[in-house]
Design a protein around this ligand. Structure first.
Ligand SMILES: Cc1cc2nc3c(=O)[nH]c(=O)nc-3n(C[C@H](O)[C@H](O)[C@H](O)COP(=O)(O)OP(=O)(O)OC[C@H]3O[C@@H](n4cnc5c(N)ncnc54)[C@H](O)[C@@H]3O)c2cc1C
Length: 815
């Protein structure tokens, strides 16, 4: 085969020929893009891919990551037939062991998810485990999650097969050609400086694995990645395996924090150390040499030994075997363990396809869904959990390092809802941090921000779990305080932007679906749409004065919505967008007595005549200049008070002291979730995502049809006319001790009709509530459904109006 030479121009250049880059190339080509090129500095797979153990588990906690894994498990066994390239797929299945009851509950949740995604997952008892693996000593194992249709594969085989498939479709691959630098041309195209010359392209993809940070640096940015050392070993032949034709399932076992399986007739054991995990290339601050190829490291056997001993306790017949091969290689890890798939913050047409810690399992699906995003503007699955912009600019460096170690060390640990992990906390705090701690705040984290989830008067720690727990009553009391009196919350984690300039209004009207308020002080809830009408973001926008808008988004959307706003400005327009997230703190004062408290600290008239619901004003509160917005997410009379970060402590103390006669209480985000469910307020990234349009989400009242053309308008109208195949439903569930968490299947008369997105317990109304997307005929009010929570069927009914204050009288209350 003739080696292709470097063209001068192409549509897409993918940097990196590991499983991630090659899969993307293949899937772009499958979708019809063939003017695409992959550049690899060595041979294909010579980074992390070649030495991977090749396991592809169906079992994974995250609903959307499970869809990503599922694609690989379907594609890899077929690749040989599709491309003629041998891939060595071993469909031996896998068993994950549960050692605790909470893990068994989790297994039921994952098994339910399988019904939605299409993989089989059976919760098996110890007896069945023994049948599947008669050699294991399963003392202490309560159950197994048996996924019979997954397995392991030769990582180089699948990568070469996808490379062959991509070439067959017209894509190009050039190996031994390193990308040295990347420049932006005036035209907006990219120019890549490579060892073989320069090339221009419309889009660049950073699929550089452990080199992702170095490649990001070429465009003046960074990536939240730490390169971790990981070891597996292969023994000499196991006599018992020689006598058996059938291959043992892969075992995943929290006891030794290890996976172990059959590798031909040998045993393969891989360890995720739960302490003292190590990084690669520490002498170079974690950065590999450009010359590095197929590099392996010396493992620290002293650290590994206790884990290996535990594996031997499990499979005693392996005790006497000698080790034939040790593989200690580098794996990129992100702070949350998910890969980075999507646009780079602040850089148009620069994409990430990296940060994959289980890249063999995730490779195929990552390529498929990222290719959809690049080509069509949206992927068919919810990509919020893999969008590289979910980590703010603060993340690369120390924060990422600490989180990545934690992620690596918890590879076999269940992360229970409510469990707080200690690494890299306090990355972003407000001046109230210590004050609220004194008041009993228990913090959780959002985009690096510490925010109180609840206030525990006696200092009680939450016992994390899937069911209602020891903080249930505390949260109930916080809800009661807000519903009956007045509550105070630090919600500074909002992303905040100032959009100014003579064309600000025109720009905001073009990039979002609702119409900006014409009146000074008007607040608009609006959604950003893709050209295909899918929901990419949600903001509350206040017209503070002419040509001056204050824009608020969810914490995790900070970089993403900043891109939407900045990239939405036309060359001809005069608009400035400033991210002021760190400059302003936010206190939410809510509840029927909130006006009484606030009025004591300001001369501003807070009555309905002068300060209506859904309006904002710059006022002075306790001598602090405040942007007061009469809006909240809990459905009560109240104000969000946005003030300079440095004034927060003074403002909080004043509100707290003034609120004493009204029995003011602190509240946290758990109470917010409870109250927003009662008001049926939808959340971005759960109910509102790139999977759906405003039609399915029942948001057309925020769709300004009368406005001139705006992004996504035509597509949304087309969907509205054509009809939808799924529709949001607000549900009340018959459940006493657990609530909808999202990713659970919904049935009607035994028929699978939908999936839940989020939920919670409404403490005031004493109802378990949630949202689901279901087939439209099942979204009608009164429809009886069944939701599978932790593996158990629970009756549910579709309800229409919010269960709390459906007429919104309370938030509009006068005084
Ligand atoms: C011991 C071990 C066992 C593992 N077992 C499993 C497993 O069982 N299952 C699983 O799913 N995962 C496993 N993994 C993880 C898996 O190997 C990685 O997640 C995956 O290989 C990452 O693929 P990638 O394409 O992102 O990176 P890589 O394979 O490293 O590819 C990146 C490529 O980019 C190239 N490159 C970088 N910079 C440039 C440049 N400037 N110009 C041109 N080319 C460049 C590099 O040469 C490299 O080839 C294991 C990892 C290790 C170390």
């Amino acid at each position: 085969m003739n080696k292709p030479s470097l063209p001068s121009q192409t549509k897409v250049v993918i940097i990196g020929g590991g499983v991630m880059g090659v899969s993307l190339l293949y899937h772009l080509a499958l979708e019809g893009w063939t003017d695409i090129l992959l550049l690899e500095k060595g041979e294909l797979t010579s980074g992390s891919t070649w030495h991977a153990a090749g396991q592809c588990p169906s079992f994974i906690a995250d609903y959307n990551m499970a869809k990503i894994h599922d694609h690989g498990i379907h594609l890899y066994p077929k690749l040989e037939e599709l491309t003629g390239q041998y891939v060595s797929w071993h469909g031996c299945g896998g068993i994950r062991f549960a050692l605790k009851q909470s893990e068994v509950e989790w297994f039921h949740r994952v098994a339910s998810m399988g019904k939605l995604i299409g993989y089989e997952c059976e919760i098996i008892d110890p007896e069945k485990i023994r049948q599947l693996n008669p050699h294991a000593n399963i003392d202490g194992v309560l159950a197994g999650a048996w996924t019979p249709h997954d397995g392991h594969v030769d990582p180089a085989g699948i990568t070469q097969a996808m490379a062959k498939g991509a070439r067959m479709l017209g894509a190009k691959i050039i190996t031994h050609n390193r990308v040295i630098d990347i420049n932006r041309k005036k035209s907006g195209d990219w120019e890549l400086v490579t060892e073989q010359g320069n090339i221009q392209c419309e889009m660049v993809v950073n699929a550089a694995g452990c080199y992702a940070r170095q490649v990001s640096q070429m465009v003046g940015t960074d990536s939240p990645i730490t390169n971790m050392k990981h070891t597996y070993m292969v023994t000499e032949s196991v006599p018992e395996f020689m006598q058996r034709d059938e291959e043992m399932p892969v075992i995943r076992d929290p006891y030794p924090s290890a996976y172990y399986r059959q590798e031909q007739k040998s045993a393969l054991i891989g360890i995720y150390e739960t302490a003292n995990s190590e990084e690669c290339w520490t002498h170079r601050n974690g950065w590999p040499e450009w010359e590095s190829e197929n590099e392996l490291f010396n493992p620290d056997f002293d650290n590994l030994l206790p884990y290996i001993e535990r594996v031997m306790q499990r499979i005693p017949m392996w005790e006497e075997l000698s080790i034939k091969r040790v593989v200690c290689g580098a794996i990129p890890h992100t702070p949350d363990g998910n890969p980075c798939l999507g646009p780079a913050a602040g850089l148009e047409n620069f994409w990430h396809c990296n940060g994959a810690s289980i890249g063999i399992a995730a490779g195929a699906g990552s390529g498929k869904y990222l290719a959809q995003w690049m080509i069509y503007g949206d992927s068919e699955i919810n990509m919020a959990g893999v969008d590289p912009r979910r980590f703010g600019q603060f993340a690369p460096g120390t924060y990422t390092k600490a989180k990545s170690h934690q992620d690596y060390e918890h590879m076999y640990a269940l992360h229970l809802p409510g469990e707080e992990r200690p690494a890299a906390r306090k990355a972003r705090i407000t001046p109230l941090y210590d004050r609220l701690l004194e008041q009993g705040a228990k913090y959780t984290e959002a985009n690096g921000w510490e925010r109180p989830k609840l206030f525990s008067p006696g200092g009680r720690e939450e016992q994390a779990g899937f069911r209602h727990n020891n903080v249930f009553e505390i949260v109930a009391r916080e809800c009661a305080a807000v519903r009956e009196r007045v509550g105070l919350l630090d919600l500074s984690s909002f992303a905040k932007y100032e959009v100014t300039g003579k064309d600000a209004e025109a720009m905001l009207n073009r990039v979002s679906a609702n119409k900006m308020s014409m009146r000074t002080g008007g607040i608009t809830l609006t959604h950003y749409l893709s050209p295909a009408g899918r929901i990419s973001g949600e903001s509350t926008i206040t017209r503070l004065k002419d040509n001056y808008y204050y824009v608020l988004s969810g914490a995790a959307a900070e970089d993403r919505d900043l891109d939407t706003l900045k990239q939405g400005i036309l060359d001809s327009e005069q608009v400035q967008v400033k991210n002021v997230s760190d400059d302003y703190g936010v206190l939410v004062l809510a509840g029927p007595r909130s006006r009484d408290v606030l009025q004591k600290l300001t001369n501003a008239d807070l009555g309905n005549k002068r300060f209506r619901w859904l309006t904002g004003k710059e006022i002075t509160v306790a001598d602090v200049a405040v942007r007061a917005l009469r809006v909240n997410y809990v459905g009560e009379l109240g104000w969000e008070l946005h003030c300079p970060m440095d004034d927060m402590l003074h403002l909080y103390d004043a509100l707290w002291a003034t609120g004493q006669p009204f029995d003011i209480a602190n509240f946290g985000t758990y109470a917010v979730n409870s109250m927003r469910m009662e008001k049926a307020y939808k959340g971005w990234s759960t109910e509102l995502s790139n999977e759906i349009t405003m039609v399915e989400a029942d948001l057309m009242r925020f769709f300004a049809n009368s406005k001139d053309d705006f992004i996504g308008k035509e597509a949304t109208l087309d969907v509205s006319e054509a009809g939808v195949s799924t529709q949001i439903a607000y549900l009340e569930v018959e459940s006493t001790d657990s609530d909808i968490a999202g990713g659970e299947p919904v049935f009607a008369d035994g028929l699978l009709v939908g999936v839940t997105t989020s939920g919670g317990y409404g403490h005031t109304t004493r109802k378990s509530l949630g949202f689901a997307y279901v087939e439209p005929e099942y979204a009608r009010i009164g429809t009886q459904l069944s939701v599978e929570l932790l593996g158990q069927a629970h009756k549910a009914v579709v309800i229409g109006d919010p269960v709390w204050d459906p007429e919104a009288i309370r938030s509009r209350a006068d005084g």
